[in-house]
Design a binder for this molecule. Structure first.
Ligand SMILES: Nc1ncnc2c1ncn2[C@@H]1O[C@H](COP(=O)(O)OP(=O)(O)OP(=O)(O)O)[C@@H](O)[C@H]1O
Ligand SMILES: CC(C)(CO)[C@@H](O)C(=O)NCCC(=O)O
Length: 390
């Protein structure tokens, strides 16, 4: 299992009994899991606007991921922690909600029988594109310091103006890529997509470099030099720029194009260089298609999500430069800190008692750990509230 340890628990004494609202996004490559953990001894006071029956439970959202090809690890995890039972009755959920969890992504259909058979769990299916949009809107509207631009190797956090959020283009780079024009809460249209996405990078990368894990492939791409394999404008123009059409000598004229004339065997290329060319090719292509779709609908804001990005500097830089270059600085590429969990968060917010409250995401780690998984290392929790009925 490869999970993200989420740190900085609000309630240091919280125990596994306090887990609730488990939601899954079961994709072509990865299963994403989101759950809420509260301190049942300290439900916070009712807000002034609440009905007398409502309580706001304060706690944190935690995030985990599993490879879809190792779905049994996910099933074992849920079963060993009894996640499907937790918090359901305690926080006013009807008994019928027991053994039912919200799930989105193709795997919610593909693996529904497996969940039923192995764990007795029914998957309450939440539509995938709607989940991505709900997850993105939740993050953009409720979580501070969530969206950022990436320019000159620098993350610049963007203040989201709630009155000026829509419309925007959401580009979710998972195994494949979906491009969704978002006009409001629940108002969206999938306007484009491409099969050249994260699965392509991971699949071709595995074949070309024999790397064992996605993270190895990313590390390799960081160390490589794409100019060894990519045919540059300068390679064609004798070292010169082609400024008349806006191309410098170092721009890529043809991804992997040098391999044609060099008569080298695959083994003669360094895996690092191939990983770099591949990452650049795919990120560039997605950046360009995203821009074209933004242009199609006159959208200035493009948010990129999906686990392909992984906060990887080179990926974000390539996408940002592509959007900036093609739009002549008109459109902006923005990224999300919880990029890979849009669908799972969308399924989570589909629980009736999860609403929008101001949330904060913890940026740094400390001694407090995910109550379920103590030996994981990555990324941040979201502090938030859910409504419960007593
Ligand atoms: N640890 C990892 N293992 C495998 N792939 C990873 C990992 N980390 C990031 N990735 C990348 O993330 C991609 C999957 O992203 P994501 O989980 O958002 O999509 P998905 O839901 O599996 O796909 P889809 O939505 O198309 O069904 C992989 O194809 C790969 O490029
Ligand atoms: C099929 C989905 C939606 C599954 O998540 C995704 O992998 C995707 O958007 N693929 C791209 C398909 C296309 O539009 O060509």
């Amino acid at each position: 299992m490869d999970g993200d340890r989420i740190q900085d628990l609000t309630f240091v004494n919280s125990s596994v009994d306090e887990i609730s609202h488990l939601a899954l996004d079961i994709g072509g490559s990865l299963i994403k899991m989101v759950y809420f953990s509260t301190n049942r001894e300290k439900p916070i006071d009712k807000t002034q606007n609440n009905s007398s029956k409502d309580n706001l439970l304060s706690g944190r959202l935690y995030f985990l991921k599993f490879e879809t090809s190792k779905i049994n690890e996910c099933l074992d995890f849920i079963s060993s922690k009894l996640l499907h039972y937790r918090g359901v009755q305690q926080y006013g959920f009807p008994a019928s909600d027991q053994n039912t969890i919200k799930a989105t992504g193709g795997g919610a259909f593909k693996f529904a029988d497996l969940f039923k058979e192995k764990l007795g769990i029914s998957l309450d299916k939440v539509e995938e594109m709607g989940s991505l949009v709900s997850g993105a809107n939740f993050l953009l509207k409720s979580v501070s310091s969530e969206a950022f631009t990436y320019v000159n190797s620098q993350r610049n956090y963007v203040q989201i103006d709630h009155n000026d959020l829509y419309p925007y283009l959401l580009v979710n780079i998972g195994s494949g890529v979906s491009m969704i024009k978002v006009d409001g809460d629940g108002k969206f249209e999938r306007v484009s997509g491409t099969s050249v996405g994260g699965g392509t990078f991971w699949g071709l990368g595995k074949l070309l470099t024999k790397c064992k894990s996605f993270d190895d492939l990313l590390v390799m791409s960081h160390q490589g030099n794409n100019r060894v394999i990519d045919m540059l404008v300068g390679d064609i123009y004798g070292g010169m720029d082609y400024l008349k059409i806006g191309l410098s000598s170092t721009a890529i004229a043809s991804s992997f194009g040098k391999a044609v004339s060099e008569n080298k065997e695959l083994e003669e290329y360094k895996p690092e260089d191939m990983a770099r060319s591949l990452l650049r090719m795919i990120s560039n292509n997605i950046g360009q298609i995203a821009y074209l779709n933004a242009l199609r609908f006159g959208l200035k804001k493009i948010f990129f999500g999906g686990f392909f990005i992984r906060g990887h500097a080179y990926t974000m830089d390539t996408i940002s430069v592509a959007v900036d270059f093609w739009s002549k600085g008109e459109a902006k590429a923005m990224f999300l800190r919880h990029e890979g969990f849009l669908g799972a968060l969308g399924a989570f917010t589909n629980y009736q008692r999860v609403e929008e409250f101001p949330c904060t995401a913890s940026l740094t780690g400390d001694d407090n750990q995910n109550p379920l998984v103590e030996d994981l290392n990555d990324n941040g929790t979201i502090e938030c509230c859910v409504r419960s009925i007593n």
